[in-house]
Structures are given as structure tokens and as C-alpha cells.
Design a protein around this ligand. Structure first.
Ligand SMILES: *Cc1c(COP(=O)(O)O)cnc(C)c1O
Length: 376
């Protein structure tokens, strides 16, 4: 049996252990320390944003953003439906209601027109949404200009879920830096990883200051433990921040490697006109975290994406269907949703291909042979 080819696996740069060793040598084995401070600085510099707090996950970072925007029981939060459940779950942690909005076919992200329709309808029904969560799916920048305009028009703050989009740019600006707050994830499958981790970023100093306070148990400045607010234990450890520092050294390299994978698949499958790749617009540059495609409706290919997935799986090559939209998930089936059918079509006709930055030429040859064999 051939060895397993993963969809997206961790890819260390080589210097991570040096930072961890340093943490051990200085006994900074805690959720604070020099690696944490330096990791935050490097993220700020890379993104071109004023403030960053590194936390235990992307999910906790979204949760923190909602807490900072005062989202509470009974509130409504607009959320992109076509995403991973971690985008929407924190809305429910706050006992608020998610309102799902479908995607447009170009970037696969929140449709700005449908977003405005949803806002108008929610206001007509008596409640103005408290926040909007937009996602840059698979690293592809959303139409941020239009989405920001809608947010400004109705004065609703925007949280950018850039968990999959570190290194992606829109009109020359980094994803995660458009909204009032942005979040990143350093989970094991993301473009860089700390094994598990996340970050909350913002140009608003007070928001990040408050995030640091709340994520360390809301402990006030007193020799005894004084609390007037509910706190969380959400801060990233100094050990994991050390992995992050090593990974930051290779981030740009990882982006170019993922973009190269994307080029490889486009060249390989260029004869199959029914395969429509997830493609950047003139305004955007994607990190191509996962190369993915949709089979067009007018297909004369009799195959389904599930047959392609199974064929690859049989050869020990991991592929995955596109995210199942949140409005189709049993857990969210009573939530309001504003739909155009796109995400449901994409889910049932789409596939993510192995996209790790550590794919070898031999592995790519194996994938190519297998894919062409299935398609012919
Ligand atoms: C990975 C991911 C998250 C959650 O990040 P974790 O660090 O795993 O908690 C949130 N949103 C999207 C779109 C993701 O892909």
C-alpha cells in the first residue's frame, strides 16, 4: 500500500525547536512570556495591523470578538453559511442567534447583496443584527469592499474570519485587517500551525487590551484575586508561541508553495472544462490554502465528486467535500437563512484536493496519475 497523502498536514520550518528550547532554558512554561510577546509583534508587522492577542484557538478568538462586541442572549449575528462550524458556534456560546447568509459564486464567500437583503429583513422583523462574520474560505478573499460598505451603511461591525487566509490579500491589504476585528487560526491543518492556536487582531488598541484581560481570567490589578467580570482561560502558551515564531519565518514560502500546488492542479486538469477552480479576482491574491473546485452543471462528465473522492481515497489520497453549509446542519436548522442555492450546489458538487506545502514531486505524480485515471 502506498503511504497516505494528506489533505493538508503540518509543515515545520526547522527553527521551531530553538524557540521552545529557549522557553525551557528560561523556564517560561506559561501562558505568557517572551515568545508570546514576540509572536504577537511579528503577526502585527506581517499583517500591517496595530494590535494582536494570541489565544488558544481560532474558535476562542471568534468567541472573544463577540464578547467584545457585547453580543448577548437574544441578539442576532449574521454569519456566512458556507464555512466550518467553528465560525458559527461561538454565536451560540453567547446564547445569540446566527442568521445565515449564502455565498456568491465568484469568491464563494458572503454575497454582499444578499447580506443587505438579510439586514433589511431582520430590521423589518424588529431586530438589527449586532455583528457580521464574514469568512475568506479556503484562503480566497471575500468581496470586502462591498461587504464593508454594507456594514458601514447599517452601522454593523464586521468580524473577519481569516482562519484559512493568513497571507491572502485583497486590494493589496491583508485579509483579517478590514473588519473591526479579524481572527486567525494556527490549527494543525492551517497554512502555518502552532499545533493549536489562534489570534485576535484589530487596529483598536482598547479592544485587544480588553481581550488580553478577559482571556487571562479577567483578573484585576490587585495583589489578591479580584474580579468584576467573567473571565476566560484563552491565552496561548509561551511554548506554542515558540512554534509560531519558527513558522512565521517560513510563512511567505508556505504561501508560494500552496500557490504552486494550485498551479499544478490547474495545468493538470486544464482539459476538463467542467472543472471550475476556485479562482482569485483582479482585486485579490489568495494563499490557496486548499485548492478546490466545483463540477459545472453542464457537465458531460458522468462522474460525481464523491466518486472522484472515493477513487482517490482507495489510493490512500485524502480529499474532502467542500464545507457543508451551516443552514443545512441539523444543529442550525431553525436559524434564519438567506439563500441563493450556491453553497448547497458547491457542497454537493465540489472537492478539496491535497494541498499541503510539504507535498513532494513523487506524491504529486501519484495524485496526477490517479486523478487522470479516474477522470478518463
Ligand atoms: C479552522 C477554522 C476555524 C477555527 O479555528 P481553530 O483554531 O481550529 O479553533 C474557524 N473558522 C474557519 C473558517 C476555520 O477553517
Amino acid at each position: 500500500m502506498n503511504s497516505k497523502i494528506w489533505l493538508s498536514s503540518p509543515h515545520m520550518g526547522g527553527t521551531e525547536l530553538k524557540y521552545i528550547q529557549n522557553a525551557f532554558d528560561t523556564n517560561w512554561i506559561a501562558p505568557l512570556g517572551p515568545n508570546v510577546n514576540q509572536f504577537e509583534k511579528e503577526i502585527e508587522n506581517y499583517l500591517g495591523i496595530e494590535n494582536c492577542a494570541v489565544l488558544i484557538s481560532g474558535t476562542s478568538s471568534i468567541h472573544m470578538a463577540l464578547i467584545l462586541l457585547n453580543v448577548n442572549r437574544g441578539d442576532e449575528v449574521i454569519c456566512q453559511s458556507f464555512t466550518f462550524s467553528a465560525t458559527a458556534n461561538p454565536i451560540v456560546y453567547q446564547k445569540a442567534t446566527p442568521v445565515f447568509v449564502d455565498s456568491e459564486p465568484e469568491t464563494w464567500n458572503m454575497d454582499p447583496e444578499l447580506l443587505e437583503e438579510a439586514i433589511i429583513d431582520r430590521i423589518a422583523k424588529g431586530k438589527k443584527p449586532k455583528a457580521i462574520i464574514v469568512v475568506h474560505l479556503y484562503g480566497m478573499p471575500a468581496k470586502m469592499k462591498d461587504i464593508m460598505n454594507v456594514g458601514m451603511k447599517y452601522e454593523i461591525p464586521i468580524i473577519e474570519d481569516a482562519a484559512e487566509a493568513l497571507g491572502s490579500k485583497y486590494i493589496g491589504k491583508n485579509c483579517g485587517t478590514f473588519g473591526i476585528m479579524g481572527i486567525l487560526s494556527f490549527n494543525g491543518n492551517k497554512i502555518i500551525t502552532t499545533s493549536g492556536g489562534g489570534a485576535l487582531v484589530s487596529n483598536d488598541k482598547n479592544l485587544i487590551k480588553k481581550a488580553r484581560f478577559l482571556s487571562t481570567q479577567a483578573r484585576e490589578d490587585a495583589p489578591h484575586y479580584q474580579h468584576s467580570e467573567i473571565g476566560y482561560n484563552y491565552r496561548m502558551s509561551n511554548i506554542l508561541a515558540g512554534i509560531g515564531l519558527g513558522q512565521m519565518e517560513v510563512l511567505d514560502l508556505r504561501v508560494s508553495q500552496r500557490r504552486e500546488n494550485n498551479r499544478f492542479y490547474r495545468d493538470l486538469l486544464s482539459n476538463y472544462k467542467q472543472i471550475r477552480f476556485h479562482t482569485e479576482t483582479v482585486n485579490s491574491r489568495s494563499n490557496y490554502w486548499l485548492t478546490s473546485f466545483i463540477l459545472e452543471k453542464s457537465t458531460n462528465l458522468s462522474l460525481t465528486t464523491e466518486q472522484i473522492r472515493k477513487g482517490l481515497d482507495y489510493n490512500n489520497i485524502e480529499c474532502r467535500p467542500l464545507w457543508k453549509p451551516m443552514h443545512l446542519q441539523p444543529i442550525f436548522n431553525t436559524a434564519p437563512a438567506y439563500l441563493n442555492g450556491f453553497s448547497e450546489y458547491a457542497f454537493t458538487h465540489g472537492l478539496c484536493l491535497p494541498s499541503g506545502s510539504n507535498l513532494t514531486e513523487i506524491e504529486k505524480d501519484r495524485i496526477a496519475a490517479c486523478l487522470l485515471n479516474i477522470l478518463d
